[in-house]
Write a protein that binds this ligand. Sequence first.
Ligand code: SAM
Length: 213
Amino acid sequence: MTCAHCCDAEKLFNDRRAKRELRKYRRKGPDKSTRLLIDALLGPETAGSSLLDIGGGVGAIQHASARAGASAITAADASQAYVEVCRSEAERRGYGDRAGYHVGDFIEMAEDLPDADVVTLDRVVCCYPDMPRLVGTSAAKAGRLYGLVFPRRRWPVRAVIAVMNVFEALKRTTFRVFVHHPEEIDAAVRAAGFERTHEAKTFVWQVMVYSRA
Ligand SMILES: C[S@@+](CC[C@H](N)C(=O)[O-])C[C@H]1O[C@@H](n2cnc3c(N)ncnc32)[C@H](O)[C@@H]1O
């Protein structure tokens, strides 16, 4: 990802949006695809485990993992605003001492981030042009489970995303949304040593969970 792309992502995922999403999350809980991912990831092994949540937004996976007893939670996000919202919500929920926060492009920071039992990318692969690099680098940090949510490659989804990208181009940002091929995402995760253990879909999103083989 170029610096400009990351800066434009930060403009899009700004303070106003982060606070609005947090209010919605507090009122209604996670969106459906995030809930499907959380349900597939959490279990008895969550207690005492570690999580690395990349591009976690307002931190729905982080909060659910903390509630289920995760002992170390790391959030890495390109948006300072989202990280601040996650941090304050973690304090409010009483698990701030188990959480660490990193702002920037995950690829740039990857070497300095801890490995974790569980690594998640919920609706983040679609922000990133070089999917094999993002998936390969993040999966290499996962010890047990790897979970991701990405847009389905069906025409209504692609049409809406094409329109979104036209608006981004008109605003002269470098930020674009990508609909990567699911088979290529699957191949990249398998190449990192994982096998698929769970799959779910909503109209827009595909949810995939992998275990280390
Ligand atoms: C569409 S939002 C998804 C947020 C949340 N996971 C959800 O599903 O509601 C994409 C998130 O990924 C972050 N992001 C995008 N590219 C990133 C990168 N290269 N490194 C770290 N975070 C990134 C954005 O800042 C944002 O928080």
